[in-house]
Design a protein around this ligand. Structure first.
Ligand code: AMP
Length: 490
């Protein structure tokens, strides 16, 4: 199957070739022809499957004829977060390079002036988050009755974030005979209901089992005591051939603390969370994408759909409270056919959450053990020598991408032995059960900027993280003695 077989125009085929794509992904092969025939579709697909192009490409051809009018966008793409909206806009620019189509991005956290101006000039494609769109609609700056094509992307995420009433309102303002596409990684009952109400005779396309995880990702859980998480993370960052990593934490305070301590320890790291304004979030993301930093500590605001190629590792510093988020977090690695590694640090506090993840994915996550160590002791990535590269087009290095053990240098101890000698230890005491319960509920009505906003419970005791201040030398572990590699989860 080639892109030409799908019925796309020559101008689009050129853009696709320029993007470096040689053949359509499964969702593209199935979705593009019906979209070109103006059919409604339900696409059950995760990010990383090429789903953005599956609606953006045919939309460009559908919109290529017709005239734009002031304040009346011809099509609308709804995204749950600002980052995703900005990313879809980037895709639109790339695929629409040979077309004369105008696009506007309506997201919160930036001034409205330019957005209103763009709307006044007329747009073919409006990419928006529900909050800002509602705001401008209520101010009378935008009319939706000329909008003949609607995409609701990441619908299950919209549900998690409490956006469904806004979406219902927006749908009711669009013409009834519009074309509607709904994409979602999972189809919980409220999304089925929404689809039934607003889509007409949709073609259903499912490319991967709901809540399944990518087979290119090798995932581990690492049993630890809560107070040893930082040491364990640092050990893994230094010893698992980490090229680039996203580290997820459940709380914004943890994100901030962790980034601070990793930076102090000599890692080239940054942070992204809901307390930052939009321009700081985007510029931090840009630093990560461009290779200025190779470690990004993030709250779940960055978990869905962010497309950064060449992320070799994902670390869950905490197990996410919503099991769906696990699939989305680890989906930031192992993209576009590359191999990735995902580690979830599991303390007693995470026990319930990890068991929910395993229930959702239908499989037990392997416990990280001696046989899994890929030790090639190397210097911690120093701040002064960050790796400069454009990760948009890069794959992870061969070693990381292939997931193979590196070639051994002569006269070095075997990896297992070295790992045993340098790995941090799991303490034997159990953490208090009341801690596990705390903070597990999240307000379903969080706005994107509040995501992951649950504050950390007050600590009765200072965490033991004094080792974070000194970068380790090659082959040297500054932290506690070996242990976690032998411990299994009950
Ligand atoms: P998405 O699922 O839309 O987030 O896309 C994931 C990644 O796959 C993006 O980096 C796209 O640029 C890339 N991609 C999309 N379609 C193709 C294709 N047909 N061949 C290769 N890469 C693709």
């Amino acid at each position: 199957m080639t892109f030409a077989d799908l019925g796309l125009s020559d101008k689009l085929l050129k853009a696709v070739t320029d993007a470096g794509y040689t053949e359509p992904t499964a969702i593209q092969a199935e979705a593009i022809p019906p979209v070109l025939m103006m059919k409604d579709i339900i696409g059950i697909a995760q990010t990383g499957t090429g789903k953005t192009a599956s609606f953006v490409l045919p939309m460009i051809d559908v919109l290529s004829s017709g005239r734009r009018r002031a304040r009346m966008p011809r099509s609308l793409i709804l995204e749950p977060t600002r980052e995703l909206a900005a990313q879809v806009a980037e895709n639109f620019e790339k695929y629409g390079a040979n077309h004369d189509l105008k696009m506007a991005l309506l997201i919160g956290g930036v001034q409205m002036g330019d957005q209103v101006k763009a709307l006044d000039e007329g747009v073919d494609v409006l990419i928006a988050t529900p909050g800002r769109l509602m705001d401008l609609f209520e101010r009378g700056k935008i009319m939706l009755n000329g909008c003949e094509l609607l995409v609701i992307d990441e619908a299950d995420r919209m549900l998690d974030m409490g956006f469904i009433p806004d979406i219902e309102f927006i749908c009711s303002k669009l013409p009834e005979n519009r074309q509607t596409m709904l994409f979602s990684a999972t189809m919980p009952p409220p999304i089925e209901k929404l689809a039934k109400k607003f889509l007409s005779n949709p073609k259903r396309i499912e490319t991967a089992r709901a809540a399944s995880t990518n087979k290119d990702i090798t995932a581990f859980k690492v049993p630890v005591k809560a107070r040893q998480k930082r040491d364990t993370l640092t050990w893994l960052l230094r010893n698992d051939l980490v090229e680039t990593a996203i580290i997820f934490a459940n709380r914004k305070t943890t994100v901030r603390d962790l980034n601070k301590s990793l930076s102090k320890a000599g890692f080239s790291s940054g942070e992204i969370h809901g307390d930052m304004d939009q321009s700081s979030r985007l510029s931090e993301l840009e630093r990560f994408k461009s290779g200025d930093i190779n470690i990004l500590v993030a709250s779940d605001v960055a978990a869905r759909g962010l497309d950064v190629k060449g992320v070799s590792h994902v670390f869950n510093y905490d197990t996410p409270w919503h099991p769906d988020d696990y699939v989305h977090r680890i989906g930031r690695t192992g993209r576009a056919g590359a191999k990735g590694r995902a580690f979830t640090l599991v303390s007693d506090e995470d026990a319930e959450a990890i068991s929910n993840v395993e229930k959702l994915t239908g499989s037990k996550i392997n416990v990280f053990g001696k046989k899994d160590v890929r030790v090639e002791m190397k210097e911690a990535p120093e701040k002064s020598t960050p790796k400069k590269r454009d990760m948009r087009g890069d794959e992870p290095s061969e070693q990381a991408a292939e997931g193979e053990k590196p070639a051994r240098k002569p006269r070095r101890k075997p990896a297992e032995k070295r790992a045993e000698e340098s790995a941090p230890q799991v303490a034997k005491e159990t953490s208090r059960p009341d801690e596990a319960k705390r903070g597990q509920k999240r307000d379903a009505r969080e706005t994107p900027s509040d995501e992951g906003a649950v504050e950390k419970p007050k600590r009765s005791r200072k965490p033991r993280d004094s080792d974070d201040n000194e970068p380790a030398k090659a082959g040297e572990w500054n932290g506690p003695k070996p242990g976690f590699l032998d411990v299994g989860l009950g």
